[in-house]
Design a protein. Structure first.
Ligand SMILES: Cc1cc2nc3c(=O)[nH]c(=O)nc-3n(C[C@H](O)[C@H](O)[C@H](O)COP(=O)(O)OP(=O)(O)OC[C@H]3O[C@@H](n4cnc5c(N)ncnc54)[C@H](O)[C@@H]3O)c2cc1C
Length: 816
């Protein structure tokens, strides 16, 4: 009996110590005391075993002992197996900073650290810009006209955007820019996402490109010249990195700049002869200044000893001799400005290099550093914005579209996609605004930027597809009345640009995050590079403590023992505790995968992607919980939170399961699965009752619907283009009155109390009024309501030859 008791107490004590990562000393003390008790009270065998355990802990855990025999051996093995970090990867790893992503990697997320990034509201000036200027800009857009009739934004909109400073959101006020916070930039882009051409046109100059590069790295002279001109739209920038041979692998770009002497403004100066071919460059056809990335060489040693200086960025005015620019590509679905740029032996002076000659060869570092912020904002905001429009339109349409005598929103098959859109939009907005908020606190979220870019643009793809499905033929039919089809067609643009999603998911999120966010791996690699054994010892044994700690936390939390206390209300707390549990499991699995596959993990992209999926889903859940914690929640929002958190946690667990199914070391996979999910899967897809509630709320005039479409363009002012969202909102406000009238009329018709030939809703309203079933007021109301419904159900049709670019080639079929 005593033996059993000692073993149980020893195991429980060790797990407790491991969970706290308390180090070797407490473990040593525990084993020595229990061993002594065993020997004194007659359980000699167990007592001796416990002392042997203590010996092992001392030998491996006490620095003074382990540094003599264990650490040197581990160091030698580590030097052989640690992955080589290329220069390009090192630059990527050093860019940006680590915040909540690092907490998730540690397996012990301290929620207070996340909550300390308190979210502030937009300033009055920022909110007024979102309310006014963004509404005016959105109200000048007609998607059909922009996409098909003129293949451009209307000139008055271009003028407005320049005049109001839309292109200078990131430029400080002292240069004439708006100097908006990251949150405000995101809010602007979300609102402008009502039209993807508008969103891209405003998003690109405010994202990675000349403006940001100049701000961070430009010389004073360059800043003074360009920033005021970029802020008021006198200069339109573009940035050319991609070419026919270099896409995702951008550092392989074959465009060159060779240092030489040449003539500039009649003077003989030192400069660069550039030869390049770029494609898919957004805004290039109308750009006045081109940011160009190229590889810089100095074969004649005109600048120094280095021949290959590396990737460099320069700013080149459009009219520079030899530059071919102005042709257009035709991005799918959307006519935003995009085209190729070519140049052969184009001579530029050295002071056109961004940051001057000092920054020669620093181009890749500059780009990667800027990417961590820009990639969090532009495309994720576009995704969140269009998702909320899709929700508003889909909720409105499915309520007014009646089939089988019911609004289709009442049908469970339609409710499923409606709830999905709502959850995706809700998560996307929380993720983008909360991450932008951390940027406003000074964080440069490198790994979250990859998470947001890939996850939110995938959400966008799903939201648009779901919205298309619930609209049926209404949005399949293109024309001025179709508010959704063009955005749906243009969706692949977001999937592809700024790091194509497949690569971002498979390679970057975990591949970059594992080293970047891991509390110890970077230190271990640095110790390896510096051949610093004490530093290695410190890092590797803290790392070991973390592995044991994560195993203990994942296992005990998986059994429901010792749930951490979390600073959330009773609705959010269980999800925060689950994030903590899965974060411990993630930390353990990440270490196990790295240890078992070593540098081979880089090539096992499918495994890396699943680890990335776990991290992404935990990150998104955290952002949602923080938003919930900070905002005033409305009726039905708790249901949406449950639905969203369950969806994300289900996805995280699914990624774990697929990881365990595919880890090549089967014994390790089984052990990890047993520790991380001792009771099997916990999270299933959300229950149908959540789906029904959410779908009903977003397709009626509810507080939840209004909250989800807050800060979208949902007003209809005089002189603006038609706003379908405003019309749906008005219809939903009226549909509470219309619904009982529909039911009364349908019942009477079913009983034969109305003429059988009254097949149209309008005819039935008249018949019901004549039969005294509804009064004059209701009849007037229903006539107007039905007219508006029919308007919103209608689609466009065109002349027979309307779509042919070459009217001459049209064959007029003989239909006689
Ligand atoms: C409309 C549009 C606008 C653009 N605007 C600009 C711009 O303004 N400036 C600019 O410089 N560039 C721009 N680009 C280029 C854009 O950034 C690239 O398209 C993108 O980097 C991907 O390159 P790629 O299309 O050549 O795909 P590829 O690199 O050929 O990739 C093909 C597929 O392979 C996958 N893949 C590649 N490598 C890996 C890997 N290691 N692991 C897993 N999967 C991988 C990719 O995810 C992708 O799915 C634009 C592109 C488009 C289409």
């Amino acid at each position: 009996m005593l033996e059993l008791l000692l073993i149980v107490v020893a195991l429980a004590g060790l797990v407790w110590i491991m969970r706290r990562e308390a180090g070797a000393l407490p473990a040593l003390g525990l084993l020595l005391i229990l061993g002594a008790l065993g020997i004194v009270f007659g359980a000699v065998t167990v007592g001796v075993l416990l002392w042997l355990g203590a010996l092992a802990v001392a030998a491996c855990g006490l620095p003074i002992l382990r540094r003599r025999w264990l650490t040197p051996r581990l160091f030698t093995a580590f030097k052989k197996s640690a992955p080589k970090v290329s220069e390009t990867e090192r630059i990527a790893l050093e860019a940006g900073s680590v915040a909540w992503d690092g907490e998730l990697f540690s397996g012990r997320p301290q929620w207070q650290r996340l909550l300390d990034f308190g979210t502030t509201q937009l300033s009055e000036e920022e909110q007024a810009f979102v309310d006014n200027q963004c509404s005016v800009a959105a109200g000048m857009c007609n998607a059909w006209e922009i996409a098909r009739t003129r293949a451009d934004l209307p000139p008055e909109l271009w003028d407005y955007l320049k005049r109001e400073g839309f292109f200078g959101m990131i430029i400080p006020k002292r240069y004439g820019g708006l100097e908006f916070s990251a949150k405000a930039q995101s809010a602007v882009l979300q609102k402008l996402a009502v039209n993807e051409t508008l969103m891209v046109t405003v998003g690109v100059p405010n994202s990675l490109g000349p403006g940001e590069l100049l701000l961070k790295y430009g010389t004073e002279e360059q800043k003074d010249h360009y920033l005021p001109r970029l802020a008021d739209g006198r200069e339109i920038p573009c940035f050319g990195l991609t070419g026919p041979r270099a896409g995702s692998d951008a550092t392989s770009l074959p465009d060159v700049g060779v240092v030489c002497r040449g003539k500039h403004n009649g003077e003989d100066v030192l400069g660069l002869k550039l030869t390049f071919e770029k494609r898919w460059i957004t805004l290039a056809p109308i750009a006045t200044v081109v940011g160009l990335a190229f590889r810089m060489f100095d074969p004649d040693g005109l600048l120094g000893d280095t021949e290959d200086l590396g990737i460099t960025c320069a700013l080149i005015p459009r009219n520079t001799q030899g530059m071919e620019i102005g042709r257009r590509h035709h991005p799918i679905g959307s006519p935003f400005m995009n085209g190729p740029i070519r140049g052969q032996d184009v001579f530029i002076p050295l002071d056109w290099i961004i940051g001057g000659t000092e920054m020669a060869g620093q181009g890749w570092r500059m780009l990667v550093e800027c990417l961590s912020v820009g990639r969090c904002i532009t495309l994720p905001s576009g995704a969140s914005g269009i998702g909320r429009y899709a929700l508003g339109w889909a909720g409105g349409y499915t309520r007014i579209r009646r089939q089988f005598n019911l609004p289709v929103a009442e049908m469970e098959g339609v409710q499923e996609p409606l709830a999905r859109i709502a959850a995706h939009a809700y998560i996307a907005q929380a993720a983008v605004m909360q991450t932008a908020n951390t940027i406003d606190h000074g964080v440069k979220p490198a790994v979250p930027s990859a998470i947001l870019k890939s996850q939110l643009t995938e959400f966008q793809r799903n939201m648009l597809a779901d919205a298309m499905d619930v609209h049926g033929g209404r949005t399949v039919t293109l024309g001025p009345r179709n508010y959704l089809g063009i955005a749906y067609a243009a969706n692949p643009v977001s999937i592809t640009v700024e790091g194509a999603n497949i690569m971002t998911r498979n390679l970057m999120i975990f591949g970059q995050g594992a080293i970047r966010c891991h509390p110890y791996v970077l230190d271990e690699l640095a110790a390896k590079d510096n051949d610093d054994l004490p530093a290695f010892d410190k890092a590797i044994f803290r790392h070991a403590g973390m592995v044991f700690g994560n195993a203990a936390r994942a296992f005990t939390l998986g059994l429901g023992i010792g749930k951490p206390s979390v600073p959330f209300d009773e609705i959010a707390a269980p999800y925060a505790q689950e994030v903590a549990r899965l974060s411990a499991a993630f930390g353990l699995c990440a270490d196990a995968a790295m240890a078992s596959l070593g540098s081979g993990l880089k090539k096992r992209e499918m495994l890396s992607a699943r680890l990335g999926d776990v991290l992404s889903n935990l990150y998104l859940t955290s952002m949602l919980l923080k938003q919930w914690h900070e905002s005033d929640n409305v009726e039905h929002e708790a249901t949406l939170l449950h639905y969203s958190c369950r969806t994300l946690l289900h996805r995280a667990e699914q990624a774990f399961i697929e990881l365990f199914d595919n880890l090549p070391n089967r014994a390790l996979a089984t052990t990890l699965s047993g520790i991380a999910m001792p009771l099997g899967r916990r999270w299933h897809k959300p229950h149908d009752r959540f789906t029904r509630d959410i779908a009903h709320a977003v397709s009626t005039d509810s507080a939840l619907r209004h909250k989800l479409i807050e800060n979208t363009w949902n007003t209809q002012d005089a002189g603006q283009k038609d706003n379908p969202l405003a019309r749906y909102n008005a219809l939903l406000a009226d549909s509470e009155r219309a619904e009982p009238l529909y039911r009364r009329i349908a019942k009477a018709y079913g009983k034969g109390e109305l003429p059988a030939e009254a097949l149209h809703p309008e005819q039935r309203v008249e018949a019901a009024w004549e039969a005294g079933l509804i009064d004059e007021d209701d009849a007037i109301f229903m006539r107007r309501f039905e007219r508006e419904v029919l308007e919103m159900l209608s689609v466009d049709d065109f002349a027979f030859d309307a779509f042919a670019l070459d009217k001459e080639s049209v064959v007029w079929h003989d239909t006689a």
